[in-house]
Design a protein around this ligand. Sequence first.
Ligand code: FEO
Length: 403
Amino acid sequence: MITKMKDKVYWVGAVDWESRHFHGHELSIHRGSTYNAYLIVDQKVALVDTVWTPFADQLMSNIREVVDPAKIDFVIANHSEMDHAGALPEVMRHAPNAELIVSRKGAESIPGHFHEQWPTKPVKTGDKIGLGENELVFVEAPMLHWPDSMFTYLTGKNILMPNDAFGQHYATAHRFNDEVDQSELFEECLKYYANILTPYSSLVTKKIEEVVGLNLPVDIIAPSHGVIWRKDPLQIVNKYAEWAKQIPQQRAVVIYDTMWGGTRRMAEAIGEGLAEAGVDNKVYHAVTADRNDTLMEVFKARTVIVGSPTLNNGLLPTIWPILQDLKGLKFKNKIAGAFGTYGWSGEGVKVIEEHLRDCGFEVPVAGVKYKWQPTAEHIEGCRAFGREIGKATKNAEHGEHAE
Ligand code: FEO
């Protein structure tokens, strides 16, 4: 079913209620997603983005509700990732006269994905295409979040279509931000930002300044996932500006894996110590907790504490995925700590601390490790460690940000 956004502008995308994983299995999407495509029927007809390949038939059927696909003059591919470009072969087959509009980097990535010879026009920031009454204006947005990412703006209707930016993996019966549960909406926005955009936060800040500097009136922000921002659309821009600063709250996250429960008992005692120091915290078992939800909590928190028993002079293999994310996502303004049990060599805590320093985190309190199963005294040592790192959390330099 299509949705009219403004006169002669339509949402023609697809709602994916079923998927629970994205990027293969890299990203959890507990609330499904949508793949948003926008059809503009001016004197010329333009389609902005397509949908993920399995939804191509639905896209074509939606387009046909408005116009014969053969009448499409321009197909804008803001980004070549398959969730938006996957239906390009189907669209281009039914739109033989259409010119494909891409960013300069898109002119490399689209042929790299599809190996087709579609008539293609690369555009750069500030380039325009006249549709008749209104124009499309393009803003390249490299690394938000791929080199080819681009924003498209429709004059006259004042609609910014920024592709992945400002989106959410959130399947809903409604298309607009004022029609859905606000706490669900903002949780999905934050999860998206934390898991995908955190490493590019400085670019987010610059791009927001650049787009605001263009002084374009914005009535609607229409991302490529989730709901469309029509009520107070700049609220999500302001949220991104705030998140890009990465100023954490006085909270902590304790992440561990365990073999026979010793490191788990340590994790829980550290959480108790943090709470005694007045620092709210969450304790996650790295294997059973959802990795992306854990990372969202890490994004919000000042402090991240990681524990593993020593295994083969290193760590349990199951703790490495989250350690890799802590590094890859380039979190800023964090303090960190390490803990774990051991039987003989006991290098685990040192390995974790080295990794955390490599992530750019401050490690203000020496980690705790105990041999075999922790005693009651050891558990009290973990609580003391939690209290100490809790104090450091409260004394950290940057203030809290409002959620
Ligand atoms: Fe980067 Fe929604 O694709």
